[in-house]
Design a protein around this ligand. Structure first.
Ligand code: 4AD
Ligand code: MG
Length: 464
């Protein structure tokens, strides 16, 4: 008999049909009248399937003792209308098979609630909890939504390299990739390394962004996007930073900054609508158990145009706010999370797109404005998270680009292929990057980025 997923059973299952269900036991209750109730979950939805097992089922006495929280079972039976509250149908077992027991003395996920900190240490079992099941399903839906948003607009999905020899953001936050025997080099007390001996013949790293490579395709085959793992060796132990995260980066020829902002705005709105429509049960859980404000925030995103604010005006607003911040700002300062969240959560109470940042704060590839001081950068800030998107119009003028590389202490020769794009058929173009985990934080109301990626990597932590 084919297995039917519990989400499908609960939605479409008809009383009277014979089915097989398999999954992991959440709880078992034994009634005095010779039967047991099992709550079974298979991860397809938040709700459990209620199973009634009479003691007349073959092998009941032997099996039922092993049906404890965490055990895996397979049950054949007949669906019936449920007299109890909370479910339309229940399964009346005709056979019960324990596939794998879970020793109640040692299985760590007992019925009581656990802290997220505790669950991080058992990241291999936490997807069996309500919260992490819901996060996994919402994250999956967001990824699907990202692909369909771009595919529906004719964007091409592009795979950019994970190992690279260029530092896109120029921030020096790269993880080195090497096959050199570091211990041996240390023993020999080598003073300088001969990179020709290394695997790629020169220093290589894990990518911090696929943007530069995406630009080569955007200026050839048109609108495209990369979506993949991204690595940053920033030593920031915050609830918003990971050393390994997933980033989606669209890149569009002939787009100026305005077009870029409009795309980013409708992108976020579509993602939010998609999850509200397709993950209603999980979203109800998040709004009841995790963050009571999450629905109102998402509704604002759906219904209100994002504020667009030049950096210079943002600095004025922050300075005139009368608020005390840990870091004071003046024109030219990088905004900290506290400032970003003040703007989007308190001052405006809705998403804000900041643009035209000082050129000293931003990477070499952003287009310089005529004022000589700012670049066509944009950051999208959202309540609960802060920066969720960073992007810009790209510098398409060769001479200005080379000058900016100099300012940023980069050698144009190392980026010869990137400058070639400006030598041969250059066009105005733009793009942005959205961190998938920040989107999951926004949409679920979860507060720690370590809890919205299956296996978080942060300074000192790369378990599992
Ligand atoms: O602002 P960032 O650094 O921009 C870029 O990498 C550009 N090359 C993107 C582009 O224009 N194609 O990063 C973009 C987004 C941030 O807004 C944030 O959502 C996410 O990536 N991000 C991180 N997410 C988790 N942990 C980190 N350490 C992150 N760093 C950036
Ligand atoms: Mg940024």
């Amino acid at each position: 008999m084919p297995v039917t997923r519990i989400a499908t059973l609960l939605r479409d299952g008809q009383p009277g049909t014979t089915i097989n269900a398999r999954g992991w036991v959440r709880t078992r209750r034994d009634s005095k009248n010779g039967f047991s109730f099992i709550e079974l979950n298979d991860g397809s939805c938040m709700k459990n399937l209620q199973i009634v097992v009479e003691n007349s089922v073959p092998g009941y006495e032997d099996s039922i003792r092993s049906v404890t929280t965490g055990a895996s079972i397979s049950v054949d039976g007949v669906l019936k209308e449920s007299p109890g509250k909370g479910q339309r149908i229940e399964l009346h077992a005709t056979t019960l098979l324990v596939l794998g027991a879970a020793d109640p003395q040692t299985y760590p996920l007992q019925k009581k609630g656990h802290t997220f900190e505790f669950l991080r240490d058992i990241a291999h079992l936490r997807p069996r909890t309500n919260t992490f099941g819901a996060v996994a399903r919402v994250r999956n839906r967001i990824s699907w939504s990202i692909h369909s948003f771009f595919q529906n607009r004719g964007f091409l999905y592009l795979n950019t390299p994970i190992i690279t020899t260029s530092d896109c953001e120029g921030a020096g936050e790269m993880f080195q990739v090497t096959t050199l025997d570091l211990a041996m080099l240390a023993r020999k007390q080598i003073e300088s390394i001969d990179w020709k001996q290394d695997f790629f013949g020169k220093p290589a790293s894990l990518t911090v962004s696929g943007q530069l490579e995406a630009e080569t395709y955007a200026t050839a085959i048109g609108d495209c996007y990369t979506f993949g793992p991204t690595f940053r060796a920033e030593n920031s132990n915050t609830t918003r930073h990971l050393a390994e995260f997933w980033m989606v980066e669209p890149e569009m020829p002939f787009y100026d900054l305005e077009d870029n902002m409009a795309l980013a705005e409708s992108f976020i709105r579509t993602m939010v609508s998609d999850v509200l429509e397709h993950c209603a049960e999980d979203m109800e859980f998040f709004s009841q158990r995790i963050d009571q404000g999450v629905m109102a925030r998402l509704e604002t995103i759906r219904s209100k145009d994002f504020i667009r604010l030049p950096y210079t005006e943002a600095i004025e607003i922050i300075r005139n706010s009368g608020r005390k911040f840990d870091y004071a700002v003046e024109w030219g300062s990088d905004l900290q999370t506290e400032h970003e969240r003040f703007l989007t959560e308190e001052h405006f109470g809705q998403p804000v797109i900041l643009f035209n940042y000082p050129r000293t704060l931003k990477p070499f590839y952003m287009r310089c404005n005529e004022d000589g001081k700012t670049v066509r950068a944009m950051d999208v800030l959202v309540p609960g998270v802060g920066e969720i998107i960073g992007g810009s119009q790209r510098e398409e003028r060769l001479d200005v680009l080379v000058q900016r590389m100099g300012e940023c202490h980069l050698n144009p020769d190392d980026y010869w292929w990137y400058t070639d794009l400006r030598k041969y058929g250059t066009v105005p173009h733009s793009g942005f990057g959205l961190g998938l985990e920040r989107a999951v934080l926004l949409i679920t109301g979860m507060t720690n980025i370590r809890d919205v990626i299956p296996f978080p990597r942060t300074p000192g932590h790369a378990d599992f």
